[in-house]
Design a protein around this ligand. Structure first.
Ligand SMILES: *Cc1c(COP(=O)(O)O)cnc(C)c1O
Length: 397
């Protein structure tokens, strides 16, 4: 044996307050569910898990039409699965571009050999549907229109109804990245006519990362039948995966039982709270945060009209080292927030209040921490002003 054996310490990672763009805090009931015994994916005793998840997902996605299941992978894979199943090389696709995850979706489409037409918007604003309308007219045979619903990089909620109508008028499928939306803000899959939408377990569902819930329309499945090539990914062939999630329960791959137990419990918690109450909680806690940030003189970058409750992008004040502030938060306050992505890198902090992490206590904790940290990093604030403004906001509401 030539490889020297070392000693490996037991893992020692303690709980943190996760106010980042994900992962978010995991509900203790979810951790408990993950302790459930692993059994065979084809056993009768496992079926209620699969059926329960599919049915609860249909409720949260608000769909009676689309087929709902969870892919064994993270959010990005869910988006990529949509692209790889629906696109054949040479297809023209239209992608709205107004943030980091939009660009990522476009890149995934490009790698499927699509002719990608980007409709450029502004980072921090929603894309006006007229821009999609103007562009779509210039092309024939558009396979799909791809949009990010909750753009986590910019804190924008993209309205989809008009864009759906435009896509339908041109016989294009509507494909949506709903990674940050599911469980945090309204998604009406049937009403908005979404053909394919994917999400992730670790944003607003209170679960660890590792699963990507999806909802697939009949039209999307028919399109896959017509793609006239093998889906480039065998593992993410949605029709094969649907054969496991459907009544046949045909083997495709060994599903990650512990993660599915987690998602099952996470969805039960979402429905116990009630989706409407949950959305209201996300809105209200973030509104308190914004009031506090404003009192500290900090700027929220997302356009007020389409602000996302899940994530708040804050402009880093001139002269402040954004990384150092995050380090203080981790080291002294046991709290994570996110850095900016893409063209927002170094200029923006992103505060996530998603799922379990969206609480008033977390908002007050973060504001208080920032009041102490920012002056040390050269940005003076009126200590107490942020916490006070948030409290006043909630008292008035
Ligand atoms: C987090 C995120 C993703 C990527 O999901 P992973 O689980 O990290 O793969 C994709 N799109 C959006 C909008 C996201 O917020």
């Amino acid at each position: 044996m030539s490889v020297v054996s070392r000693k490996y310490p037991e893992l020692n990672i303690s709980d943190r307050i996760l106010l980042s763009a994900g992962p978010t805090n995991v509900n203790p009931r979810v951790y408990k569910a993950m302790n459930t015994a692993v059994i065979g994916y084809g056993e009768a005793a496992f079926s209620p898990v699969i059926e329960g998840i599919s049915s609860m997902l249909a409720e949260v996605f608000q769909t009676e039409k689309n087929f709902t299941m969870a892919l064994s992978a993270t959010g990005s894979a869910g988006v990529e699965a949509g692209m790889s199943n629906l696109i054949k090389p040479g297809d023209t696709v239209i992608i709205g571009s107004y943030g980091f995850f939009c660009e990522q979706m476009a890149e995934m489409a490009r790698r499927q050999g699509a002719n990608v037409v980007l409709v450029d918007g502004e980072w921090g604003r929603a894309l006006p549907p007229e821009q999609i309308q103007d562009e779509i007219k210039k092309h024939k045979n558009i396979k799909l229109v791809g949009m990010v619903h909750a753009e986590t990089s910019t804190g924008i909620s993209q309205p989809l109804e008009d864009i759906s109508r435009i896509a339908k008028e041109h016989d294009a499928l509507l494909v949506v990245d709903g990674v940050t939306s599911l469980g945090g803000s309204e998604i009406l899959v049937d009403e908005w006519g979404i053909d394919y939408i994917s999400s992730a377990s670790q944003k607003c569902l209170g679960c660890p990362p590792g699963l990507s819930p999806v909802a697939v329309s009949e039209l999307a499945f028919q399109t896959m039948d017509r793609v006239e090539k093998d889906i480039s990914s065998w593992y993410f062939d949605l029709r094969l995966i649907a054969n496991y999630w459907g009544p046949d329960r045909s083997y495709h791959h060994t599903v990650p039982a512990s993660m599915l137990y987690a998602l099952y419990e996470g969805l039960r918690i979402v429905l116990e709270e009630g989706v409407e109450n949950r959305f209201a909680r996300h809105q209200n806690n973030t509104a308190g945060l914004r009031a506090g940030l404003e009192a500290l003189g900090l700027n929220v970058l997302s356009d007020e009209q389409n602000r996302l409750a899940q994530i708040t992008p804050i402009a880093v004040p001139d002269g402040v080292d954004e990384g150092k502030v995050r380090q203080h938060l981790v080291n002294e306050y046991n709290t994570e927030i996110s850095r900016g992505l893409g063209r927002f890198a170094g200029k923006v902090w992103r505060v996530g209040l998603m799922g379990e992490s969206s609480t008033r206590a977390n908002v007050l904790h973060l504001l208080s921490a920032l009041e102490h940290i920012l002056p040390q990093e050269g940005y003076e604030v009126a200590v107490g002003a942020g916490v006070s403004a948030a409290s006043k906001f909630w008292s008035a509401g």
